[in-house]
Write a protein that binds this ligand. Structure first.
Ligand code: AMP
Length: 214
């Protein structure tokens, strides 16, 4: 299965991606995670991307398409993948179409998560991350057993630098200006199903599973 998750930051894409990986064995292609890994290891791409990401705007189409192109050709993606956070612009969507055509595959479903802005700001500003594992928590909705510590390893949790209130607003504006038009792009292609992302994570996952092809 090849799935694309679309929706504003904080819509629950990452949370639901983890459910799908667990249950369907899909490979997750998250450009945000890949870029954060590049920043962490200080590669050339990471050095270029850091300031842009911290400001809540988009990294260049060439850079992100380049990292997806490299990853999507790896053998483990042959059994199916889950795109999370890519494409985010019309140009990226067209570049993805080219990559899929070269691989002779197509997307089985594009899922759009619908959430309101207020919820996004609340979700993101309370989000905490255990960076090595990617496990996420929320100070209010999903607190760790011990404050500020990962449940499994006990290591310190961090707040993403772009999860602060000002940057979250920039990320939302960026979403509406550059990414939201992709909803019509995929609707026209006939692949898109919208689901209500305001429900609990369990309820959203039920809606998501029902929206997938059998
Ligand atoms: P995310 O983890 O998906 O919220 O991404 C965090 C940040 O990484 C975004 O605010 C962008 O700066 C950058 N980023 C992630 N994916 C993309 C993409 N497909 N195109 C451009 N920038 C991206």
């Amino acid at each position: 299965m090849r799935i694309l998750l679309l929706g504003p930051p904080g819509a629950g894409k990452g949370t639901q991606a983890n459910n799908l990986i667990r249950d369907y064995g899909l490979v997750q292609l998250s450009t945000g995670d890949m870029l954060r890994a590049a920043v962490e290891s200080g590669t050339e791409i990471g050095l270029k991307a850091k300031a842009v990401m911290d400001a809540g705007v988009l990294v260049s189409d060439e850079i992100v398409a380049g990292i997806v192109r490299e990853r999507i050709q790896q053998p483990d993606c042959a059994n199916g993948f889950l795109l999370d956070g890519f494409p985010r612009t019309q140009v990226q969507a067209e570049l993805l179409d080219q990559m899929l055509e070269e691989l002779n595959v197509s997307l089985d479903r594009v899922i759009e998560f619908q959430v309101n802005d207020e919820a996004v700001v609340r979700r993101l500003s309370g989000r905490r991350l255990h960076q090595p594992s990617g496990r996420t928590y929320h100070v209010e909705f999903n607190p760790p057993k011990e404050e500020g510590r990962d449940n499994v390893t006990g290591e310190a949790l961090i707040q993403r630098e772009d999860d602060t209130a000002d940057t979250v607003r920039n990320r939302l504006n960026t979403y509406y200006e550059q990414t939201a038009p992709l909803v019509s792009y995929y609707t026209e292609k006939g692949d898109l199903v919208s689901i209500d992302g305001m429900q609990s994570p369990e309820e959203v996952y039920t809606l998501l599973r029902n929206a997938l092809p059998n």
